[in-house]
Design a protein around this ligand. Structure first.
Ligand SMILES: C[S@@+](CC[C@H](N)C(=O)[O-])C[C@H]1O[C@@H](n2cnc3c(N)ncnc32)[C@H](O)[C@@H]1O
Length: 417
């Protein structure tokens, strides 16, 4: 951003595109654009006009992907530095109450804060910027610097989101201050840690804070918990806080489990490295859990992947039902907006034998969705009807008791530590 007003070029929208902008949606999908848009370079800022040449808004052209234009601002007034700065101030003010509860939260939440493609996460004074298209790279850096000054931060990292393919300089870059290898941060009662450079997302899954808080407040005394797709076991640690006797964290990424064993250790935490889709069928009829938490990766970034993802959900929840103790709790998470909340609930309910949802956890305030597509995260908590009358008297799965992660074998009997 070199000038107060950006060098926008004029682009005439089709009728449906103008309607999208007037209705306040932040994306115009490519199929709603005329071919004239292809004359622009990726990242070009646009003055959006309707069929009568009236300005309806301002946006950024994106040459690849389903979204063709990200809308920056609705109406005749162009977005300026001052205007963006106010949005950053507003986003920070909205999250002020969170600061007494956690040192890790999202400061800027992209389109939901009217800052298209720009995400900034905070971990105990260190921030991670992620920009989702070339057109917002410099704006993102500018706004992250604004937040850096306003919040008096210690370090600012710019990290390319894993799903972004068009980055000029992919990877991670320290923009301001310094950054320790691992950042520790307090979240409620939990002492968490994240590797901001090489961890998934901005370092950890901040959007799961509501689930961690909820679990830490539950009475899990004596419970055996299966935490599937555990990443670094932060959810497992929340279960320990709730009193769990044993938490089996299962993930395919050995480095994530190693990190968890080092930074999220607790006497009840166990670590299993395995491909979960091969691991579940190897559980025996003696393997029972009081709580099962399932938080798989998205599996459906495009609509045509949805049927396959739903089929996977159906299969694993059916399989897992055979390993949940009577009266046990099943927590089902889904992190793709391609699958609607209703569809997800319906599929999991059916697979769980018609179980009703006991609790539905909303998205946290710092991730609050500002438009339908941003409403990606579903967290449903079930207490399914019993499938068996009695659990086995002895838990068969876990016998050893050290806390080192071990490598799983794809088709071998599940190993735990
Ligand atoms: C959405 S993240 C889970 C976040 C985690 N629940 C937490 O509390 O931070 C998905 C995780 O699934 C793991 N994963 C993906 N495919 C897997 C598979 N087939 N088997 C086991 N883990 C897998 C990834 O390594 C990643 O850690």
């Amino acid at each position: 951003m070199k000038s107060k007003r950006f060098q926008a070029r004029r682009y005439q929208l089709k009728k449906e595109g103008a309607v999208v902008v007037r209705q306040g949606h932040p994306w115009i999908f490519r199929d709603k654009l005329s071919t004239a848009v292809e004359a622009f370079e990726d990242g070009q800022w646009l003055q959006l006009v309707d069929a009568l040449n009236e300005t309806v808004g301002w946006g950024i052209y994106q040459a690849t992907g389903g979204v063709g234009i990200r809308v920056l601002r609705k109406g005749v007034n162009p977005p300026s530095r001052e205007w963006f700065k106010k949005l950053v101030q507003k986003a920070i003010a909205q999250r002020a109450p969170l600061r007494s509860q956690t040192e890790g939260f999202r400061i800027l939440n992209g389109e939901s804060d009217r800052l298209p493609g720009i995400v900034l996460d905070l971990y105990n004074g260190y921030a991670v910027l992620q920009t989702y298209s070339r057109g917002v790279d410099s704006l993102g850096r500018y706004l992250a610097n604004v937040a850096y000054e306003l919040l008096g931060l210690r370090g600012l990292l710019w990290k390319t989101p894993s799903k972004r393919k068009d980055a000029e300089q992919p990877g991670v870059r320290l923009l301001r201050g310094n950054l320790p290898g691992v950042v520790r941060f307090q979240e409620g009662a939990l002492k968490l840690a994240a590797d901001l450079r090489s961890g998934q997302k901005s370092g950890t899954f901040l959007d799961l804070r509501g689930l961690r808080r909820w679990l830490a407040e539950q009475n899990l005394r004596g419970a055996r918990v299966l935490n599937l797709f555990s990443y670094t076991g932060a959810i497992g640690l929340a279960c320990c806080e709730g009193g769990a006797r044993e938490v089996l964290n299962v993930d395919a990424a050995q480095p994530s489990l190693d990190f968890g064993a080092r930074y999220h250790a607790a006497p009840a935490q166990r670590w299993v490295c395995a491909d979960i889709f091969h691991w579940i069928p190897q559980l025996t009829s003696q393997d029972y859990f009081d709580w099962i938490i399932v938080d798989p990766p998205s599996m459906a970034s495009q609509m045509d992947q949805v049927p396959q993802a739903l089929a996977v959900y159906r299969r694993i929840y059916r399989q897992l039902m055979g390993h949940l103790k009577p009266g046990g709790v099943m927590i089902a998470c889904c992190c793709t907006s391609r699958i609607s909340p209703d569809r997800f609930e319906q599929v999991v309910r059916q697979a769980l034998g018609g179980a009703k949802v006991w609790q539905r956890l909303p998205m946290e305030v710092d991730h609050k969705p500002g438009f339908p597509e941003a409403n990606y995260l579903k967290i449903l908590i079930f207490r399914p009807p019993s499938q068996r009358s009695q659990p086995p008297s002895l838990p068969a799965l876990h016998k050893k008791a050290d806390h080192q992660p071990v490598k799983g074998r794809r088709r071998a009997r599940p190993k735990t530590t």
